[in-house]
Write a protein that binds this ligand. Structure first.
Ligand SMILES: N[C@@H](CCC(=O)N[C@@H](CS)C(=O)NCC(=O)O)C(=O)O
Length: 281
């Protein structure tokens, strides 16, 4: 028995209305997007195949980007600066438009496009590689990333302070970091979720996992950087964050990168002078 075009059309409209009014539309859109593009996450963009990272020869704000490219097995190289070569490179980069705000990291891609702002770069790589958040959780990913940026700025503020001292380091380790780590512990995926999906948003790896991992890692390294002050395993009291951190480090491509010579050593801009011992009487 053949159906008429009119009958098929009515069934189609009824199916669309059912999906819409039962609130299932986002699920179908997500499925359709994944089938068509082969990528998870909201509004994917086309593949990127070769990337140049422009940054100083340190981990810093480029590290989450490096980790993402390693995880996605995208070939990349770097244009690195020193404090001496940067002023000239900055002038040229601003003139050419690559360093939009006169800052790095920036990336340039094989198709000639370029991008700045570390979190925007991470999100773009996420969209190109299926590591973007789902449409329904974009706002949550935004909150996590901006919170991570605020936390990060607390550390940068003391590290780049010309008066950086051991007391500032200890105050950060004992007060500032625990306060922020407590906030992030509340947001971290439950241990139960982490058994199958150790990710901050959605059920798949996204760019915010890289942002959070890199932030945690910077804190872990700073707290165990030997300045003659007590060394701290700063994540130990935060069970969910610690589990996330360890699981992330164990992802095969990430683990290979972390062990490789491509991973830059942890450095701080300036070690504070030793404490002066009180003169004995
Ligand atoms: N919000 C920017 C901050 C970039 C930034 O502060 N970059 C620093 C290095 S970490 C820089 O380019 N400093 C050199 C300058 O401003 O001339 C991002 O996340 O990419």
């Amino acid at each position: 028995m053949a159906f008429s075009f009119g009958q098929v059309f009515i069934v189609f409209v009824a199916a669309v209305c059912t999906i819409y009014y039962t609130g299932q539309a986002p699920k179908f859109m997500k499925l359709a997007s994944e089938i068509v593009t082969g990528k998870k996450g909201c509004v994917p963009v086309r593949d990127i195949d070769f990337v140049t990272i422009h940054y100083f020869d340190v981990r810093g704000r480029a590290e989450a980007i490096r980790l993402m490219l390693e995880e996605a097995a995208i070939a990349y190289n770097e244009t690195n600066f020193t404090m001496d070569t940067w002023p000239e490179a900055k002038k040229k980069g601003v003139a050419s438009g690559i360093y939009t705000f006169g800052q790095v990291p920036a990336i340039t891609m094989s198709d000639g496009t370029s991008l700045v702002q570390s979190q925007s770069i991470a999100q773009y790589i996420g969209r190109a590689t299926g590591m973007q958040c789902d449409c329904e959780s974009l706002h949550y990913c935004d909150v996590l990333a901006r919170g991570a940026e605020d936390f990060r700025s607390k550390m940068s503020k003391i590290l780049y302070d010309p008066a950086f001292s051991r007391d500032m380091r200890n105050d950060y380790i004992m007060n500032t970091a625990p306060m922020w780590l407590t906030y992030f512990e509340k947001l971290a995926p439950s241990l139960h979720k982490q058994e199958t999906a150790p990710y901050f948003a959605d059920d798949h790896l996204t760019w915010v996992d890289f942002i959070v991992f890199d932030l945690l890692d910077a804190n872990v390294e700073f707290a165990k950087y030997d300045m003659g002050e007590p060394l701290i395993s700063i994540l130990d009291p935060y069970t969910k964050l610690n589990t996330f951190y360890k699981k992330f480090q164990a992802m095969p491509r990430v683990a290979a990168y972390l062990k490789s010579p491509r991973r830059r050593p942890y450095k701080i801009p300036k070690t504070p002078p030793p404490r002066v011992k009180p003169a004995s009487t």
